[in-house]
Design a protein around this ligand. Structure first.
Ligand SMILES: [Zn+2]
Ligand SMILES: [Zn+2]
Length: 347
């Protein structure tokens, strides 16, 4: 089989690998499609420390199940989540599932950009193989994981009805955050991104207003105008650009929250006036990744047509063209979500 892997720093390649046979408890999935995530691009740049496996947004059909697997049938259309929490440690007991020490220890093998991939037994037993409803297309399915990240973030920071939100960075995950916040009852939602393509997509059923953040003053003006000079309840940093953090702090209201949501650039540091944070009561809350439970929740919303994601997939590449797909995905002015398709893809 063909497998798309991180070949060397700065490069992805498609290699030949032996076909997979499931061991007890495991599931083998034949790839339909997998989205390229911003974190995959950071791994290629050598900027991301957690794992070197690429591809964690895959959907496909179940090709084989190992002995002892129940509830997953061969031929089923599924999404597979790459990491699972243990649900039995202090982090998990406190609800911080994605900060569980076991969370990143499991992964899809050899990764989501592979004609076939193995889902480890621990993931299978925790419900990380999720059957897709007929209403959820392959394209929709590739956005389940990033939408799950947005839901995990929203749950963590809280979104009381009418919450005003400013999202800095309108990549696919920033836009999903906006749309999910809209579905879940947010009030005014603003967005900022230098790319006109991304601002336009965010305006469809997501943001009420968008702005180019290269002029930071314009971002502040937009928020001031929309909130009667108070600032937003929640500012979301959905970009790796370190300059977005002080901007977020400057547009949030007194007592409000800054959600550190996008993967920060490796080696970047927080330089904030601590007395200002203290006196204005600004909370800075990081949220990382998602769980199979939140993904299942997002899947229900998608299946019920409570929000739409499909239009965010702008480009599809067959697995053979993985390097081209990565090259395009790194160009925010040209592409939103780029997906890579495998043997089970149709339609
Ligand atoms: Zn992702
Ligand atoms: Zn745990």
């Amino acid at each position: 089989m063909k497998a798309g892997l991180l070949a060397a720093p700065g490069r992805v390649a498609v290699d030949e690998r032996p076909d997979l046979t499931p061991q007890p408890g495991e599931v083998i999935v034949s790839l339909a499609a997998c989205g390229i995530c911003g974190s995959d691009l950071e791994k290629v740049k050598g900027n991301y420390r957690a794992t070197q496996v690429i591809g964690h947004e895959p959907v496909g059909t179940v090709a084989a199940v190992g002995p002892g697997v129940t509830g997953v049938t061969v031929g089923a259309r599924v999404f597979a989540h790459h990491h699972v929490p243990c649900y039995a440690c202090p982090a998990c007991y406190s609800g911080a599932y994605t900060y569980c020490p076991s969370y990143t220890k499991t992964n899809l093998d050899p990764g989501g950009f592979s004609e076939q991939f193995r889902v480890p037994a621990v993931n299978v037993s925790h419900g990380a193989v999720l059957p897709l409803a007929p209403a959820v297309s392959w394209e929709d399915g590739t956005l389940l994981e990033p939408a799950g990240c947005a839901l995990t973030a929203i749950r963590t920071v809280g979104l009381p009805p009418g919450t005003t939100v400013m999202i800095l960075g309108l990549g696919p995950v920033g836009i999903l955050y906006a749309r999910l916040a809209r579905t879940l009852g947010a009030g005014w939602i603003g967005g900022a991104d230098p790319s006109p393509l991304r601002r336009t997509a965010a305006g469809r059923r997501g943001a009420d207003a968008t702005v180019d953040p290269r002029n930071a003053e314009k971002v502040r003006q937009l928020v001031q105008l929309a909130t009667g000079g108070r600032g937003v309840d929640l500012a979301v940093v959905a970009t790796s650009a370190p300059s977005a953090v002080p901007l977020a702090v400057s547009v949030v209201r007194r007592g409000g929250t800054v959600n550190l949501f996008g993967l920060p650039e490796a080696g970047s540091h927080l330089e904030e006036d601590l007395q200002e944070l203290y006196l204005r009561g600004i909370k800075i809350i990081p949220t990382y990744a998602t769980t199979e439970r939140d993904i299942a929740e997002v899947h229900s919303l998608l299946a019920a047509k409570r929000f739409e994601v499909r239009d965010l997939v702008t480009h599809r590449f067959p697995l053979d063209k993985l390097p081209d797909a990565f090259q395009l995905a790194a160009q925010p002015e040209k592409a939103l979500k780029v997906i890579v398709t495998g043997p089970s893809f149709s339609g």
